[in-house]
Design a binder for this molecule. Structure first.
Ligand SMILES: [Ca+2]
Ligand SMILES: [Ca+2]
Length: 732
């Protein structure tokens, strides 16, 4: 029995006589959650006045801790202990509750990995707010191991503190005996990969971290994520001014900033044996969600729309598939899945909830072995035909080594393949609009200036030339070219600035997504068919982005029979790259995620989240209509006319435009960016439509529209004051 010193950061040192290992403890139960037995935590009134000041340091993490210390509040600094390593062969340590998980006892020793005696040791050189290397603690046993870190601290007051965490590899967090987090991911450690809220009690609190290691690096990160709300608002605002919470480096932890007020994000917790690298999503008529994965499984989720995630049940419905990147639900028993080499009909013949019949529907497209030969889809039309998009290869030789690479193909209900359209590159997302029109999204690369969305019609060519190799075997031989000239600008202007009226020889995209300003790897488009349950954008299209872990919004219109329109940012701050979107029967949006081999913001390698409209209508540009004189911007809410008049007499709407070059290079920067002359703005009688005259509109360009100072009647600014309108056709 010996006293431990708990250092109070206001300089006060309180000696607490604690019987370590006797008072308090981690009580294991049969369930996954351990319960806490009452400890030395005080239950009395909170009488300590909160006084302190803001202490600015070089970064946000250090500033938070220094300011907490100045208020006499715990900040995760102080004495930490560690114990390990324990065995983690085959990830066994993730769910094994080793003795330190049950009780902190400084005097005890246990048998660790390889029957080596281990005991709690003081953790030297540890500072919150830095990624801490665990290998240096256990240099001789650095693979397939787990270790625990323990921190006991006193608080003068009870309050809630959100904590940012990161780990390499798995992470479990226990606080005052309750397990708050259990993350099975193998990943590199970084700040903000996970967040937990610590319900700090007045008196003694105990924090335990368990970090599992496979191979490679082994590390952990922890820091208070924010100043808690018991700190005066002025000081919290000062922190956010000095170190903005939503700056790009922190974007994942916002999550989504103001967007979250309108669309809240729910994360579906996954069982440990479910690597949900989502390749496709679809609801069955019975309300269960099917999710196919890049690992080749289909998972069936019951109660996926439950507010309480513990009610969600996961069942493995099908296995043994090859890189399933899309599915189409036909009934409670039947689902069609696109595998790399074929379209497959999968059926649960006896209704026991597991598939037992796998029948190839069509395998008439080629696979040469190139890793980039993905197959996406299927979309399905009213006649029952399926539409599948087929990636070209990457590097090394011809990019369409085998048939129908770079094509959209149709598979009839009888399983016959018919080529539909070509020029596709990496078409990771194809869907039908509610009008039955087919659209796909394509990723920046050779022949593709930036991410884009196309309207698919038979016999059309969308730009990537590798696919032209197979025109000769298609119904479009002699109609489509076998190669096309390169180097043209999309706006018909030549290198000397002279307008020639010659455009790249393919269908232009309905939407260009300016690279980086919108997403960086576009994925699936889905249409809002919720009739308003998902907010004010019914009928519009939402498009995922893999790299930026975000969802974008697209409002299309037809001009002279050609699709074009505007794209807008919509919701950022997702936990992982967005691969698939699917509207649920209740009008929320399921978001399937994966980033393996592709990389993304968000810190998670895969997962499933759900975006729910809060009912608080966002103030946004609803859509943009091209007029003969410029653009009509239609807002979700009436504008305050006073906000249109700027004291500097500058327009509150700025318009610029740019174009791209069609060439074989990988991507194309925005070129010929020019400021456009904006005429006098006028507001409609209902104050929702702002008419923006723009001189000299030209087709083949993207018009960037930025708003400044525009407010609604409540004085709020537009949530996303930017839009990008792709102009293919002028309004006559
Ligand atoms: Ca590792
Ligand atoms: Ca079955």
């Amino acid at each position: 029995m010996k006293p431990i010193l708990i250092k109070r950061c206001n300089g006060l040192v309180v000696a607490l006589i604690m019987a370590l290992g006797i008072t308090g403890g981690w009580l294991a139960t049969d369930g996954p959650i351990t319960t806490w037995r009452a400890s030395a935590a005080g239950q009395g009134p909170e009488t300590i006045p909160l006084k302190g000041q803001y202490v600015k340091k070089g970064n946000r993490a250090d500033t938070i801790r220094a300011t907490l210390a100045a208020f006499g509040l715990p900040n995760l600094e102080g004495e930490w202990y560690h114990i390990g390593p324990f065995d983690n062969t085959d990830n066994i340590g993730f769910d094994t509750a080793y003795p330190p998980e049950k009780k902190f006892d400084l005097t005890a020793s246990y048998l660790g990995k390889g029957n080596v005696k281990v005991s709690w040791q003081k953790l030297e050189g540890f500072t919150p707010g830095r990624v801490f290397d665990l290998i240096r603690l256990y240099p001789r046993q650095r693979t397939n191991v787990v270790a625990y870190l323990y921190h006991r601290f006193e608080s003068p007051i009870s309050f809630r503190m959100q904590v940012s965490l990161g780990s390499d590899d798995t992470l479990s967090v226990f606080f005052n005996g309750k397990r708050l987090l259990h993350e099975p991911y193998y990943r590199a450690a970084a700040p903000d990969q996970d967040f937990v809220v610590l319900d700090i009690q007045r008196g003694i609190n105990e924090l335990l971290l368990k970090i599992g290691q496979g191979g490679g690096d082994w590390a952990v990160y922890i820091n208070p994520a924010h100043l808690p709300t018991i700190v005066p608002a002025g000081i919290r605002q000062q922190l956010d001014r000095d170190f903005p919470w939503n700056q790009p480096a922190n974007k994942t932890s916002t999550p989504g900033g103001r967007e979250a007020e309108h669309y809240r994000l729910m994360t579906i917790p996954l069982p440990n044996d479910c690597v949900l690298e989502v390749g496709g999503l679809g609801f069955r008529p019975d309300g269960q969600l099917l999710a196919c994965t890049r690992r080749g499984e289909i998972w069936r989720l019951e109660n996926v729309l439950a507010e309480d995630p513990q009610q969600i049940r996961f069942h493995r419905f099908a296995t043994g598939l090859h890189e399933a990147l899309g599915l189409w639900v036909e009934s409670n028993q039947v689902v069609y899945v696109v595998q790399r080499p074929e379209l497959t009909r999968i059926r649960d013949t006896n209704g026991d909830g597991t598939a037992d019949e796998y029948i190839p529907v069509c395998d008439q497209w080629g696979v040469s072995g190139d890793y980039h030969e993905f197959a996406f889809g299927p979309a399905r039309d009213k006649e029952g035909n399926f539409y599948i998009t087929l990636n070209v290869g990457f590097g090394g030789g011809h990019q369409a080594k085998v048939p129908w690479r770079g094509w959209c193909v149709k598979v009839t209900p009888q399983g016959r393949l018919e080529p539909v359209a070509c020029g596709l590159r990496s078409p990771n997302g194809i869907n039908m609009s509610p009008d039955g029109e087919l659209f796909y999204c394509d990723n920046q690369g050779e022949w593709v200036a930036t991410n884009k969305m196309h309207h698919i019609r038979p016999g059309r060519f969308f730009g990537h030339q590798a696919s032209l190799r197979w025109v000769k075997d298609s119904p479009f031989a002699g109609i489509l070219p076998e190669k096309a000239p390169s180097g043209m600008r999309y706006d018909g202007v030549d290198g000397t600035g002279r307008w020639t009226g010659r455009y790249p020889p393919h269908d232009p995209p309905a939407i260009w997504f300016p690279y980086g300003r919108m997403g960086q790897s576009v994925s699936e488009p889905v249409w809002d068919t919720t009739g308003g349950r998902f907010g004010p954008f019914a009928g519009q299209c939402f498009v995922g982005d893999q790299t930026r872990a975000m969802v974008m919004r697209v409002a299309l219109e037809q001009v002279n029979g050609v699709y074009q329109g505007a794209c807008f940012p919509f919701r950022s701050g997702l936990q992982c790259g967005v691969n698939r979107l699917c509207f649920a029967p209740d009008g929320s949006l399921l978001i399937g995620q994966t980033n393996r081999g592709w990389g993304s913001l968000g810190g998670k390698p895969y997962g499933l989240q759900r975006l729910v409209y809060t009912g608080q209508e966002p103030f946004e540009i609803h859509h943009i209509t091209l007029t003969p004189q410029g653009f009509d911007l239609v807002f979700t809410q009436p504008l305050d006319p006073a906000s249109l008049a700027s004291p500097q007499a500058r327009s509150s709407v700025t318009v610029s435009s740019f174009t791209y070059i069609y060439h074989s290079n990988y991507g194309c920067p925005e070129i010929d960016t020019r400021a456009e002359k904006v005429g006098p703005l006028t507001l409609s009688p209902d104050r929702r439509t702002l008419t923006v005259p723009v001189e000299g509109l030209r087709k083949g360009r993207v018009y960037e529209i930025r708003l400044e100072g525009i407010r609604n009647e409540r004085g709020e600014t537009v949530l996303h004051p930017e839009a990008y309108y792709t102009l293919n056709e002028l309004r006559r």
